[in-house]
Design a protein around this ligand. Structure first.
Ligand code: SF4
Ligand code: SF4
Length: 118
C-alpha cells in the first residue's frame, strides 16, 4: 500500500514538473490578467439604482457609495449614489457584479492592466 502511494507521488511530481506552472512571473501581468483574472469591476452608471447592495457585499470594503446625480426612478426624480471602486483594495472576486440585480457592474478584461497593479 505504501509502495503504491509512493509510486503515485512520483508520477504526480513528474507530471507537475512538465506541466505549465500555476503561477506567473511578475513581469507577465498581462497574461495573468487575460487568462486567469475575472477582470475588474466597472460600473454601467445608467443601470445603477444606488441600492448599495454591491458595497454591502464587498468582502474587501473596496466600494464607497458616492453622489451619482439625479435619476428618474419610475415617475420620480431622485438623488442617487453610485459605487466607486478602490482598485487598490479590490481583490477582483466579482461578488459585486454577481449581487447587482440591475447588471450594473461588469467584470471587464479589456481594461489596461496597469491600473490593477498594487
Ligand atoms: S451597482 Fe448594482 S448593486 Fe451596486 S448600487 Fe448600483 S444597482 Fe445597487
Ligand atoms: S470585485 Fe470583489 S473586492 Fe472588488 S469591488 Fe467587487 S466585491 Fe469588492
Amino acid at each position: 500500500m505504501v509502495a503504491k502511494k509512493s509510486v503515485k507521488t512520483v508520477f504526480e511530481a513528474i507530471e507537475s514538473f512538465f506541466s505549465r506552472p500555476e503561477t506567473f512571473p511578475s513581469e507577465d501581468t498581462e497574461r495573468a490578467f487575460t487568462e486567469v483574472s475575472r477582470g475588474i469591476p466597472v460600473l454601467i452608471a445608467d443601470k445603477c439604482i444606488g441600492c448599495s447592495l454591491c458595497a454591502l457585499s464587498c468582502p474587501a470594503q473596496a466600494i464607497t457609495m458616492i453622489p451619482g446625480g439625479k435619476r428618474m426612478l419610475g415617475n420620480r426624480q431622485v438623488e442617487i449614489k453610485n459605487p466607486s471602486f478602490d482598485y487598490s483594495k479590490c481583490i477582483y472576486c466579482g461578488l459585486c457584479a454577481q449581487v447587482c440585480r440591475q447588471n450594473a457592474i461588469e467584470m471587464r478584461k479589456n481594461v489596461d492592466p496597469i491600473i490593477i497593479i498594487k
